[in-house]
Design a binder for this molecule. Sequence first.
Ligand code: NCD
Length: 310
Amino acid sequence: MSFTRRHLLGIEPLHPSEIVTLLDLADDYAEATRRGERHGQALRGLTQINMFFENSTRTQASFEIAGKRLGAEVMNMAMQASSVKKGETLIDTALTLNAMRPDLLVVRHPHSGAVNLLAEKVNCAVLNAGDGRHEHPTQALLDALTIRRAKGRLHRLTVAICGDIAHSRVARSNLILLGKMENRVRLVGPPTLMPAQVAELGVEVTDDMAEGLRDADVVMMLRLQKERMDGAFIPSEREYYHRFGLDAAKLAHAKPDAIVMHPGPMNRGVEIDGTLADDINRSVIQEQVEMGVAVRMAAMDLLVRNLRAA
Ligand code: NCD
């Protein structure tokens, strides 16, 4: 086994072989779940705490189901309503929880770097469920597993990541992962939604969907992260849809068997046409959700094995 880390904080530090180890185990869990095996033992008797400092439905539910399928006791902390509101610092919250001796801490936080900071203060394994614009490692892993299952491989593919790149931790983690596995990545979107140092990323960048999608194997759409925008980044949603929204006509520039992805939640009619999102011949959006549970099972299983070995 080649995954020996204490925490899963980002894709950046991972070696390609660690990514493959995670994906292989996740694939096994996906198949076991499809066969109806719902009662794994890997986390039996362990306590998993989900701390979401930012609203989330699907990611929190996915981590909760993953933990329960492996036998963990799962607790969801409603951080919105907690002592954070009363002025407690992130570190105090972490130390308090640490004293309750959880085994796994799943953390989402609006500030980039907050989860890494927290991981330094606790004895358990920490999983980053998304921090600011920084990383969302389990999302990139579930996307990678979905791509690998659909395309039969995870290298030498052309992947177009489209839309609000600047505000997206999903784009960032995916970009890093796909680069490590030697794929060709293109970023497509208006210049106002590109990160400042985009030229230094070493990937192709364009504001033209036809050019960006040309011969792509994978078209990954992103949500407009309105909650992270502090001003006008697009003229109007209508105009944005016209130029950057994915519909059948724009998808025709990609390979005939290109798959369509979206991390959710989707703004139908803003970044993607609703009919296309539901087209099971092209869209793998539901499969992404399914693989999300499998990837989180694998990640928590591997981290707990390392915790026990330590
Ligand atoms: C993503 C996130 O939170 O970064 N969503 C998710 O994990 N369900 C993407 C998004 O919010 O657009």
